[in-house]
Design a protein around this ligand. Structure first.
Ligand code: FAD
Length: 390
């Protein structure tokens, strides 16, 4: 496994900021404060490594793996791309995903190529013609929206996609029926009006050349930044009526990127999350599957298998795959991966957010602190906009 070395300035005991969490939200905030605002920053991270859920490492076969699930960087924000490019070189990478349907591996997002792979030619041609008549080229139509189209052929197609790609996958992933999930989440399963097999269509798509962990080391490498790993902020947090402190110091500002319900002792009950068992397997063969990720909407208890050699090419005679088994999140035991969006949970989150606003030195940034699904580039942009470049 990779060994991490973060330099620690020896005589730096006073901090302007304490940042909780060394994921993208925390590391970018720390970097901006240290380099652009000349602030002294203490980063507290409860895991034994930096990088949050984007952490990657080299396994015993020399293959780079992503411990918390496959992370593919993609953005259309020039600002985010240029900022991160100061800390890493990139290897161009466009993610391709297949779905295992009726014994075949077919491209997703579901597009014209998928239709041709699954239906006999006359039928396929008819579906493609109808889609082209009803929707603009390259549009992404959420499956629940396609279902509302009264055209008979499109009804047949949308029922097929709903049944074979959507409903069982959603049930497995979220543990509930699709209608109980917010449309912002279900919109992530669209049908594409065209033939673009790429999973993302952002302007910039790449993997950090030396991995995410090295990128985080570069972000945090600054004499104004001290990183303490394996330290839970909550063991030394302290409270005043309007300020939050750390180690009995109430003067510093706190940027908190952990779970907001945990910060406030679950006083409005725990916010629901979905978790996942990440199960890595080494296979005694050069390659296991034909694409980086294959989704299993209908078969098996896992949702997908990712083979990391497709993302980080490697000459090893072995290969490492990851199977993801979604499951209920159990607070303080499993990793909270995905916030579960619905009105009730949003209301509950609002209560926490309002409570946080009482503390004048507290800022919440990040997927756990804001109880939102953010991609990596969203989080970098959040930090850039919140902390700012002086
Ligand atoms: P995190 O990365 O979770 O970092 C928060 C950190 O805070 C953690 O390290 C945690 O240990 C620490 N912490 C929490 N509480 C405390 C405490 N009390 N004391 C000290 N430390 C604490 N995005 C993409 O753009 N592309 C992808 O392909 C992609 N794939 C994903 C796959 C999966 C399975 C998941 C779950 C997410 C994926 N994402 C992807 C989203 C990406 O992971 C997030 O955007 C990013 O990790 C958010 O960064 P963050 O800093 O907000 O949170």
């Amino acid at each position: 496994m990779a060994t991490l070395t973060i330099p620690k300035p020896k005589d730096c005991y006073m901090y302007d900021y304490v940042i909780v969490g060394a994921g993208f939200a925390g590391a970018v905030s720390a970097n901006l404060l240290a380099t652009h605002h000349n602030k002294k920053v203490l980063v507290i991270e409860k895991r034994v490594h930096i990088g949050g859920n984007c952490y990657d490492e080299v396994d015993e076969n020399g293959i780079v793996v992503h411990r918390y699930g496959p992370h593919l960087f993609h953005t259309s924000s020039k600002e985010v791309w240029e900022y991160l490019s100061r800390f890493t070189e990139w290897t161009p990478y466009e993610h391709k995903v297949l779905a295992h349907i009726h014994g075949k591996n077919v491209p997703i997002p579901f597009n014209f190529n998928t239709i041709e792979a699954l239906f006999e030619p006359t039928h396929a041609k008819q579906f493609i013609q109808k889609l082209s008549q009803h929707y603009p080229q390259n549009a992404k139509i959420p499956i629940l929206e396609l279902q509302k189209n009264p055209d008979e052929d499109l009804q047949q197609l949308s029922n097929f996609i709903y049944e074979n790609l959507f409903v069982h996958y959603t049930a497995k992933q979220w543990g509930v029926s699709p209608h109980e999930i917010d449309s912002a989440v279900t919109a992530r399963v669209p049908i594409l009006i065209g033939r673009d097999d790429r999973y993302f269509n952002d302007t910039f798509q790449a993997i950090p050349k030396h991995g995410y962990t090295k990128l985080f080391e570069a972000l945090l490498y600054h004499p104004n930044i001290t990183v303490e790993l394996n330290k839970d902020f909550l063991t030394e947090v302290c409270w005043q009526e309007k300020r939050i402190g750390f180690r009995n110091d109430f003067t510093c500002k706190i940027i908190y990127t952990g779970a907001v319900d945990e910060l406030f002792g679950y006083c409005f009950e725990a916010l629901p999350y979905r978790s996942t068992d990440m199960v890595f397997e080494t296979m005694d063969q050069a390659y296991f599957q034909e694409a980086a990720t294959i989704n299993y909407p209908n078969d098996h208890d896992y949702t997908r298998i990712t083979e990391f050699k497709h993302i980080h090419p490697n000459l090893s005679p072995k290969t490492t795959i990851l199977k993801e088994y979604p499951k209920e999140h159990c607070k303080e035991i499993t990793v909270p991966y995905y916030p579960i969006f619905n009105d009730k949970n949003q209301e509950q989150y609002t209560q926490y957010m309002q409570k946080a606003q009482h503390f004048s030195n507290l800022t919440l940034i990040g997927r756990l602190a804001e109880y939102r699904y953010y991609d990596m580039d969203d989080i970098v942009l959040r930090a850039l906009n919140t902390v700012g470049i002086a």
